[in-house]
Design a protein. Sequence first.
Length: 276
Amino acid sequence: MDLRVAVGEGVHLRVRRHDGAREPSFLLVHGLSSNALLWDEVAAELAKAGHGSYAVDLRGHGESDVPDTGYDAGTAAADLAAVATALELRDLVVAGQSWGGNVVVRLAAEHPALVKALALVDGGWIDLPSQFDTWEECATALRPPALDGLRADQMRGFLRRAHPDWSAAAVEATVANLRVEPGGTLTRRLPIPRHMEIVRDMWDDPPRRFYPALAMPVLLVPAVPADPERAARTRARVEAAAALLDQATIREYPGGDHDLHAQHPRELAADLLGLV
């Protein structure tokens, strides 16, 4: 069931609710230029285990509103807190993927009563200044590509070739990161200037300063590249983050995709249920 929840004056977010009678419920948060649909298969597994979940389209993403301001982790975390308050949710298991991991670190630090446990899915430790020498280099590398003339069927074909182990639902959820126009071409839901505002905020404010405030259990779930050098760098970043957390556990997915919730929904749901 899709809900629309007000989080500020004139700003409403889409929330995808999957019902379940058992506590705790789960709050599921997507990454940059992604959307809540990518959590559907994880949510279905959580529902089989009796747990409800709430997957949120952050502002500018999916079917949520695209206001002129608020494209930073602090506002995104405040939006999530507003969703939880509006829906009378507390003691949640909260999962955030990629940039969404950074956002839920902020949420857990500033609203600890809402968060029973935290899962950081290939994110939550993103520290761009440690990966790029200058902001200009970072901005060039992370600016999204042009979509001129790209069609939805071309995107589907690319995704199937690049991710042969993804389900058809995961492919369609990823296509939904973009808007399909009546003629079949794709346009951005999140405009490039807003995308780059988020990247700049990630550069200016890495999440590590919030780690000391996280007293709840935290599961770090990295997708570890097959290349040994890249794998070593990933492990170093994750282990450095875990060392700053009070109750940290690491669960690696060797050779996994960045979108682990699309590639391994059953396994990831089992890991999230382990936090219950």
